[in-house]
Write a protein that binds this ligand. Structure first.
Ligand SMILES: [Zn+2]
Length: 297
């Protein structure tokens, strides 16, 4: 990026930063403010004149931001995965996803979500390039040779992508009918917004609804957003068994959080009458593979 030092003109921080191209849509992005990430890196934040998203300057601090793979400040990791697994279980059942459908949790960290979903009977694999696969060692996408997936999930991932135009291509390379992501939408929040993640420096791109629409349109998907949860769906699925009626029912349910919660809890309650029924199936399979000399990923 270009930095022009010109104290007289009264720019951002100590200098003026020139506009940079948006890493999603390519339009000019205007310098707005700076934040001191991880207490060390003075980083410029830029708002796009095209898609409206906010982004940091080209992030050069990421190796430092990810030096420890443990969720040092992410104390919500378990509660969030419990909540997401309950919601996604209900959503997949509503969209006619079968027990054999291939599901991929992209950038799924240590595999906690994948494990919880496998426990609920969904055929979920883990893709994760950085964090060791702790929870689903025999169900990594790489070991399974997964090249496509009917369902892809990517939770709290998009805001970490340094090059969203390029990096989101990887999600669609799996050609999913259903892509479910979570990220908090940027809608003009000021510099004190917690999601800018000043303490950990891992969040580098903040999408507007318009930005998600752009991504969906680029890939021929329709967009449904509900709070921080977003669905990029094929209107006519290639492999899953849903139609417009199911999409409408999902959109209605997303608009009624109490009913959504109650129905997800109902399914969870039913599952917990026999909590290991699907885990035991995985256990048998893994024993067989270990005995055959296969190494976990
Ligand atoms: Zn943009």
């Amino acid at each position: 990026m270009t930095m022009v030092t010109d104290g007289d003109a009264g720019g951002i921080g100590q200098g003026i930063r020139a506009p940079v191209p948006c890493r999603l849509c390519g339009a000019d992005s205007t310098p707005m403010f700076e934040l001191r990430l991880m207490g060390r890196h003075q980083a410029g934040f830029f708002q796009c004149t095209g898609c409206g998203s906010m982004q940091t300057e080209q992030p050069y601090w990421l190796a430092e931001a990810y030096a420890d793979p443990r969720p040092l400040t992410d104390v919500g990791i378990v509660a969030r995965n419990m909540d997401l697994s309950m919601r996604v279980d209900l959503i997949l059942s509503m969209l006619g996803v079968g027990a054999d459908a291939l599901c991929l949790d992209w950038a799924g960290g240590n595999g906690l979500f994948a494990r919880m979903m496998r426990d609920r009977g969904w055929n979920v694999f883990l893709h994760e390039p950085y964090t060791p696969n702790f929870y689903v060692p025999f169900h990594s996408a790489e070991l399974a040779g997964l090249e496509r997936a009917d369902v892809v999930t990517a939770f709290e991932v998009l805001e970490h992508l340094p090059e969203p135009a390029r990096d989101t291509e990887a999600l669609f390379a799996f050609d999913p009918d259903i892509l479910i992501v979570t990220t908090e939408l940027y809608a003009g929040q000021d510099r004190s917004w917690y999601y800018f993640g000043e303490d950990n420096g891992q969040h580098v791109f903040f999408y507007t609804r318009k930005a998600l629409e752009l991504i969906a349109r680029r890939h021929g998907r329709g967009l449904i957003t509900a709070g921080s949860m977003h669905f990029l769906l094929r209107a006519r699925p290639l492999r899953c068994a849903y139609g417009m009626a199911e999409i409408r029912a999902l959109a209605d349910l997303l608009g009624d959080p109490d009913r959504f919660h109650a129905r997800a809890m109902e399914r969870m309650s039913d599952h917990m009458r026999h909590p290991f029924r699907h885990a035991l199936h995985d256990h048998q399979e893994i024993l067989g593979r270990l005995q055959a000399g296969e190494k976990p990923a």
